[in-house]
Design a protein around this ligand. Sequence first.
Ligand SMILES: [Zn+2]
Length: 136
Amino acid sequence: MDTFSRLKRSEIMQRVKSENTRPEMLLRSLLHRRGYRFCLHRKDLPGKPDIVLPKFHTVIFVHGCFWHRHKKCKRATTPRDNRLYWAKKFVRNTENDKKHRRDLKKLGWRVIVVWECQLKKPDRVLYAVDKKLRIL
Ligand SMILES: [Zn+2]
């Protein structure tokens, strides 16, 4: 269901694929406080990952649930108007994501995806990241 007004929708659209989104900033500050050191948006890597942890040879993507179609997430709504447009856009986004993950893995990077909605429970996200990086 599309509950956004036209104006709100265009505001949201302007944030598409923008860097330094709120969830991303949140995760960055969590990781930083935890002692992780990282670089941001490395343009030489597939998909320009949001966070790059060189020491762990790991990249982290912070995905918005709507744009990147978080499965079974209530934020992954589909706007009522222009369904075909949205369907195409979503397919393109998810296919790009998949390709970037594959290419990064081929280059030897470990890939972690953190969903926007998961950041409502930051402790869990940090725990999952620690585990993936095997520092726990
Ligand atoms: Zn979600």
